[in-house]
Design a protein around this ligand. Sequence first.
Ligand code: ATR
Length: 290
Amino acid sequence: DLYNFRLIGPNTKVHGVIGNPISHSKSPHLYNPAFKFVGFDGIYLPFLVDSVSHFIHTFSSLDFVGYSYTIPHKEDGLRCCDEVDPIAKEIGAISCMIKRPQDGKLMGYNVDYLGAIAAIEQGLTELNGRSKSDSPLSGRLFVVMGAGGAGKALAYGAKAKGARVVIANRTFGKAKELAEKVGGEAIVLSELEKFHPEEGTVLANTTSVGMKPNVDHTPLPKEALKHYCLVFDAIYTPKLTRLLREAQEAGAAIVYGTEMFINQAFVQFQNFTNLPAPKQFIRDVLSKIT
Ligand code: ATR
């Protein structure tokens, strides 16, 4: 009952998520019921796409409203936009594309960092109480594992909140390039276990290590996790990754990838519909499907 075809008509607004693989995506299970809940005439479809430019070229004449972008198409998606939001441009990746109604221009945004940063800030506030500065990330050391689209998004997002950023990536060159752009330090991921960060450091995983079906994998051994006060994992399938479970066992606070997804969903829903997001409804649906 994901799509109620009797409700699809000539004015139904078409949305979707573009990725490869795509069958694991929860987004259609969220946006279709949420559109229905607020009485918005829209559908949201999963698109398995090899070439973003080919897909956009083929589909752009159709009357679609917006697409979400997921692995591995966030960077190619940006190249297909007519205009890109300055932060998404800085990050070099989009998570959302909207077709502007006035002129059909394709506008690119990145809301990944908004959702993740908000979730981490909330986690730190729960841990330490309200901070005196604007953000509990201000002045704090922030280690990001991964230097792909999500890694860039988190690095820029944390930097914008005043954190000092360290990028740890399997391919050192990519870590170095990102660290130079953001104004941070770079380290190869395999060396991160030897890195002993100061007290109060936050660790964020944006690599795909530990994602279903490889749930027994982790990007950082348990022994190293005791150095961090809070660990965030951008992976949300499974919700409790091996990294988060071991971080918890090591005494760190944890923030689930689902929290990033929830906060992202609020922003995306508003981008797509121009309506306020039904926050509790979105939370309830996500808790059922994740
Ligand atoms: P996303 O948009 O979610 O960030 P991405 O751009 O494809 O996805 O980036 C994937 C990230 O996961 C990269 O940092 C990648 O490391 P490399 O730059 O070395 O490729 C990381 N990654 C993927 N598989 C990995 C693995 N098996 N071990 C360590 N890192 C991995």
